[in-house]
Design a protein around this ligand. Structure first.
Ligand code: FVH
Length: 297
């Protein structure tokens, strides 16, 4: 029967899913001295971990029954649900830490399902790529109804990355994770468009890269903290770079993209948003207003 006593650094742990991330997680646990049982749908992926000292399990059920703490990292939460549902009786009394990327709603559904079967469920959002696991700077958001269970397993989870507990609503880890990734993807697509633009004249992207890096850092330093403050205090008026001015200048992007032989579809919705902001009377506001315009209410 699984116990609830505080876990030592040598607590056993099982990892289900040995893709790039699951393998990195299992490697970190082995390196930290945890007896680690591993399972993967494609069994050949257990080989390198077994060579490092992990115990390969023939079935997910075998892995689940080997430890109180079961870490899951699959492609999607649909995969997680399909894998865990038939194993509910074996999981009862244990703690599942799900590090699969998903939505707040999916996390809440999995937490409800787990609670109905006597399983402790903690959701996680990994803020790292596999190579960053167990290195400084990597961290993982966690949330779930049972904070005490998280604290019990925190020493083990700390072998993966810094731990950031964000609350008892199981959806919060995914909310924080996707909020940060939203910023990252928006920036990454802006970088892609910038590189396409400079390369349209045969100028190598590497010539723009240092300028673009410095520019993004400088802009982010102002935009993020000031935008957050403006939003939280509902004070959007600006004397710096208002939405009316941006709306008039914005067609330069799509026109220039077209002139340079590039697609314009990435930026077109941004023009629509700026048009809406001005039409609704927010032309004197700064970019903080845009977050409110994205809200359906
Ligand atoms: N890799 C990254 O940079 C990011 C960093 C942030 C977190 N993400 C999320 O982590 C989840 C896993 O990502 P991954 O990089 O390990 O992904 P893969 O290398 O493609 O491995 C996928 C594993 O999932 C197994 N799997 C898929 N479907 C099923 C299923 N129906 N039943 C059981 N297992 C399944 C797959 O097994 P196999 O194909 O080897 O048999 C792999 O073990 C993911 O949510 C990222 O968004 C990673």
């Amino acid at each position: 029967m699984p116990s609830n006593s505080p876990k030592t650094d040598s607590s056993p742990v099982s990892v289900l899913g040995l893709g790039l991330m699951g393998t990195a997680l299992a490697t970190a646990l082995i390196g930290a001295g945890h007896p680690t049982t591993v399972w993967n749908r494609t069994k050949s992926k257990t080989g390198p971990l077994a060579a490092q000292g992990a115990t390969p399990a023939d079935t997910a059920r075998d892995a689940i029954t080997a430890a109180d703490l079961v870490i899951v990292c699959l492609t999607t939460n649909d995969n997680v649900r399909a894998l865990l549902a038939p194993e509910a009786d074996a999981l009862a009394g244990r703690t599942v830490v799900n590090l699969t990327n998903g939505t707040p709603g999916q996390a809440r559904e999995l937490a409800e399902w787990a609670a109905a079967h006597g399983i402790t469920y903690i959701d996680g959002g990994i803020m790292a790529v596999p190579q960053m696991i167990a290195t400084p700077g990597a961290y993982i958001f966690y949330s779930g109804t049972d904070e005490a269970a998280f604290e019990t397993h925190r020493p083990t989870l700390a072998a993966l990355a810094d731990t950031k507990w964000v609350g008892k609503d199981p959806g919060l880890a995914a909310l924080y994770d996707l909020s940060l990734l939203t910023g990252m993807y928006g920036m990454a697509m802006g970088v892609a468009q910038a590189f396409a633009m400079i390369r349209s004249e045969g100028i190598p992207a590497r010539e723009l890269a240092p300028l673009l890096t410095d520019w993004i850092i400088a802009m982010t330093r102002g935009l993020v903290p000031e935008g957050a403050e403006a939003l939280d205090t509902d004070q959007h008026l600006t004397d710096v770079s208002n939405l009316a001015m941006n709306r008039e200048a914005f067609p330069n992007f799509t026109t220039a993209f077209a002139e340079q032989g590039l697609h314009t579809d990435l930026f077109e919705p941004l023009q629509d948003l700026l048009d809406r902001a001005v039409e609704q009377g927010h032309g004197a506001d700064g970019f903080s207003r845009m977050a409110l315009l994205l809200n359906k209410d």
